[in-house]
Ligand binder design. Structure first.
Ligand code: C5P
Length: 426
């Protein structure tokens, strides 16, 4: 097993995934539970959904399967499901059971201690905390039977989240609406503090990551410039991923049309020379430098002070260009160089050119992408890349699946962290 893998596994193990069994009973509010599932998955929980028969009249198991990434449990005595994870096993698996919506019927059955379907059986068999989000018509909620059941359930140690006051699907107004998914997710996080994003592992806490992103603009005169089609999306996604990993992030961005992630230190620039100056201004505090910018290789030798006018009879024009500084190579040559990662956008023999650039620019890692494809890379939302680095003289490669730039950025940052930690430990 490589050292990189060991580090990644250690980080994973320190963050125990919270396992939530999400019960859905029959009620119109069941459609809101789809959003709750998404929020819980996003906060890092492993979510398994159990639906009552009534729930399936409102929303399909397929919806929850797609959102939770796990198959949905619907029957108590289904031999196939029992062979996979039996009901007792499922009850033991859960760290927490949440029932949303909790109908008057399921509250009554739970209060009576019944076990006549999968969800009630699981609640009886579990030792995990059970949270209920009641949702029903206001008259049903006010009925003494429901009120008695609610008290009984609280006595058993179940916790009720809501219900809320307001307009109901049937047109009535009163107490009985299910709390909104965002409010429920917050209350669930309070009950399970290890779920909150702040409790997620922060492998880059106390570290500074500096990222260049977007194109540069090289002035020809006050109204014209040379530039390229870089959108900045990949660099901005990396900035977001580094931020989520706990880093302080300097984002040195050329002119782009997208908003910077909240919380980064944005250093907006125009030209390659400005980008280099901004990079050098933070290099001493930088632990990891990622050059995702599409820097113009050349700039006009002398940008005109005034707008250049065409002359009568002029059929052609020659622009004298000079080479721009290579920002990432300059950073990588610095005396106290940070861990340095570059990009290689190529149209052919992508990995061969990238491997050459890795050595030539003295980089620690390089992210290679094929810009000849129009469905990925420049300006698109998805990308497919190969991450290359040297390990004990051998070229190593990591090739994640083509994915949205945000998802890819998280994967790349994880691998960059692993290699950064590995070199630090040496
Ligand atoms: O040499 P090439 O432009 O293909 O190298 C690409 C990598 O070098 C990218 O990481 C890019 O951000 C960086 N670069 C730079 N300064 C330049 C040219 C490229 O930092 N002038």
């Amino acid at each position: 097993m490589s050292d990189k893998r060991v580090i990644t596994d250690e980080r994973m193990m320190s963050a125990k995934v919270v396992r939530i069994l999400l019960g859905v009973s029959g009620g119109i509010a069941a459609y809101k539970t789809a959003q709750l599932t998404r929020l819980l998955v996003k906060s890092g929980a492993d979510v398994r959904v159990v639906m009552t028969e009534g729930a399936q009249a409102f929303i399909t198991p397929l919806t929850f399967q797609a959102l939770s990434g796990n198959s949905v449990h619907t029957h108590l005595l289904d031999p196939e499901a029992e062979a996979g994870m039996g009901h007792i096993e499922l009850a033991k698996w859960a760290d927490l059971i949440v029932i949303a919506p909790a109908s008057a019927d399921i509250m009554a059955r739970l209060a009576a201690g019944m076990a006549n379907d999968l969800l009630t059986t699981l609640c009886l068999a579990t030792e995990a905390k059970v949270l209920l989000a009641p949702a029903m018509n206001q008259a049903m909620w006010r009925h003494p039977a429901t009120q008695r059941n609610a008290t009984q359930l609280t006595d058993y140690g179940y916790r009720l989240l809501g219900p809320d006051q307001g307009e109901q699907a049937c047109g009535d107004v009163g107490l009985g609406r299910m709390l909104e998914p965002e409010a429920l997710a917050e209350l669930i996080q309070e009950a399970m503090p290890s779920l909150s994003p702040s409790a997620a592992p922060q492998p880059l806490a106390g570290k500074v990551v500096t990222i260049t992103a977007g194109p540069t603009r090289e002035a020809v005169d006050p109204v014209r410039y040379i530039s390229n089609h870089s959108s900045g999306k990949m660099g901005f996604a990396l900035a977001e991923a580094a931020l989520q990993a706990g880093a302080h992030v300097n984002l040195i961005a050329g002119p782009v049309q997208i908003a910077a992630p909240k919380g980064v230190n944005l250093l907006p620039v125009q030209s390659a020379e400005q980008m280099l100056a901004a990079s050098l201004s933070v290099i001493d505090q930088t632990d990891i430098f990622i050059a995702a910018a599409a820097v113009a290789d050349f700039r006009p030798a002398n940008a005109a002070d005034q707008k250049m006018k065409k002359q009568a009879g002029q059929n052609e024009m020659v622009l004298h260009l000079v080479q721009n500084p290579d920002i990432v190579a300059t950073i990588a040559q610095h005396e106290q160089r940070p861990f340095t990662v570059g990009f290689a956008a190529e149209t052919q023999d992508v990995e061969i050119y990238a491997a050459d650039k890795l050595v030539r620019k003295n980089l620690d890692m390089i992210i290679a992408n094929d810009v000849s494809r129009t469905d990925i890379g420049f300006n698109s939302d998805e990308n497919a890349v190969t991450l290359l680095w040297q390990h004990e003289g051998m070229l190593q490669a990591h090739k994640p699946e083509q994915a949205a730039k945000q998802q890819l950025a998280q994967d790349l940052i994880e691998h960059i962290i692993a290699q950064f930690c590995h070199l630090k430990q040496k």
